[in-house]
Design a protein. Structure first.
Length: 119
């Protein structure tokens, strides 16, 4: 019987079981597929409550996204302004303006709530 996850030990056990189930070729709508689905939900809930992942600061988010999109320095400069402005922003010497935040949100799909955080 599956129970709520209330401790790190139960969490580790649930993760081990999820891993075991994922290694099998499970048929849809089977007992094992239902177990995997329920365990996944319980693990996710436990992680959100006890192991939250902090949101990145704006500069980390920008650097990650340009690397992910394989953008060039020139492309980022066209979004943030002059090349020197881009360098000042990425080094933390200059803050993002509202228009920069809007462009980064629209063009790079970085959530605005991350870009407006203090850094």
């Amino acid at each position: 019987m599956i129970k709520p996850i209330k401790s790190n030990k139960q969490y580790e056990d649930a993760l081990a079981r999820v891993y075991t189930l994922m290694q099998k070729e499970i048929k849809p709508a089977s007992k094992e597929s239902d177990e995997l689905e329920v365990l996944s939900i319980l693990v996710k809930e436990y992680e959100q409550k006890h192991l939250p992942i902090p949101k990145p600061n704006p500069l980390e988010a920008i650097k990650f996204r340009i690397e992910q999109m394989q953008m060039s320095e020139a492309e980022l400069s066209s979004i943030l302004g002059h090349r020197s402005r881009k360098s000042e922003i990425l080094s933390g010497k200059r803050k993002l303006s509202l228009s920069m935040i809007r462009k980064l949100h629209d063009l790079l799909n970085i959530p605005a709530e991350i870009l407006i955080k203090a850094y």
